[in-house]
Design a protein around this ligand. Structure first.
Ligand SMILES: NC(=O)c1ccc[n+]([C@@H]2O[C@H](COP(=O)([O-])OP(=O)(O)OC[C@H]3O[C@@H](n4cnc5c(N)ncnc54)[C@H](OP(=O)(O)O)[C@@H]3O)[C@@H](O)[C@H]2O)c1
Length: 269
């Protein structure tokens, strides 16, 4: 496939690496634009073997699949740059948080095919969790295209657009909660005498391992927790402490608060 990126930042680079590695697009079929002065970012894209331009509209005339990988406040300007080149043959994929497909469609010619994606930062290490929603003019093949692109950097699911704020509260912001969990677990281990570097490594691997158990066994996380908790054992003692301190409730509230914030932010654009 031939893909164009508007924006050359972290996500554009991660997706480029994913597309090349998954052999979905050779680098020479990827064009990336960034009209700003930061030549370093375009240099990074060229190092990956991609073509680059400082003109956003070139991306629209070169590629049928266009990924808008810029920050939300830049989206209106970018849509203006590309609008006159967009045809019903194009698929426009936006990763900008909070910008609805309706908003994007309104800024583009009638019948424009638009998909909105909420990725997350582990896409940078190809362990992302991306969720997408289709606009009102997409074709059946567009879901498949979005799925193939974002599966190159992790897992990818489709959802109704009104739930994308909740996705932001879970997988979008979720890495932050898990980094805090790793840091806190490591603090506990340091308190108990383990050196910091090893403590962080063990905590991170524990989260990774637990996540893999959930994804690969298909077992309910509660059942997996029960498997670890032997009668009168160490784990159930710790689980009781977590319950007393509102661990589960804190995470539920975190997802709710981030969802709410995502809804508010979306209204700003
Ligand atoms: N990183 C993630 O994993 C992740 C997760 C979820 C959602 N997202 C969303 O993905 C989007 C990109 O995120 P990111 O992390 O890649 O951001 P980033 O690293 O800041 O990259 C943004 C890119 O847009 C460029 N840009 C600025 N103005 C532009 C313009 N007028 N035309 C074309 N390009 C322009 C920037 O160039 P300059 O640096 O020169 O300004 C930069 O290359 C954001 O909307 C973000 O909310 C990212």
């Amino acid at each position: 496939m031939k893909v164009g990126f508007v924006g050359a930042g972290k996500l554009a680079q991660a997706l480029t690496k994913g597309l090349v590695k998954a052999e979905l697009a050779p680098p020479e079929r990827i064009l990336c634009s960034c009209p700003r002065s930061d030549v370093y970012l375009l240099e990074q894209m060229r190092k990956l073997g991609c073509r680059t331009t400082s003109n956003n509209s070139h991306v629209a005339s070169d590629s049928r699949i266009i990924i808008l990988a810029v920050k939300p406040p830049v989206i209106p300007k970018v849509l203006k740059d590309i609008a006159e080149h967009i045809t019903p043959q194009h698929l426009v994929i936006s990763v900008a948080m909070g910008i609805t497909t309706r908003h994007i469609e309104k800024a583009l010619p009638p019948k424009s095919r638009v998909i909105r994606v909420m990725p997350n930062t582990p896409a940078l290490v190809r362990e992302g969790a991306s969720v997408f929603s289709c606009g009102s003019n997409t074709l059946e093949e567009d879901s498949t295209t979005a799925h193939r692109i974002f599966t190159s950097v992790g897992i990818c699911e489709q959802i109704e657009e009104n739930l994308l704020d909740a996705v932001t509260g879970l997988s979008g912001s979720g890495p932050a909660y898990m980094y805090m969990a790793i840091e806190a677990l490591a603090d506990g281990a340091v308190k108990m005498g383990i050196r910091r570097e090893l403590a962080i490594k063990l905590a991170a691997q524990t989260l990774l391992g637990a996540a893999k158990m959930v994804l690969e066994t298909g077992k309910h996380p509660g059942a997996l927790k029960d498997d670890v908790c032997s009668p009168a054992g160490t784990s159930i003692q710790a689980v009781h402490e977590l319950e007393k301190n509102g661990f589960r409730s804190a995470l539920i509230s975190a997802v709710e608060a981030a969802t709410q914030r995502s809804k508010e932010t979306g209204g700003l654009f």
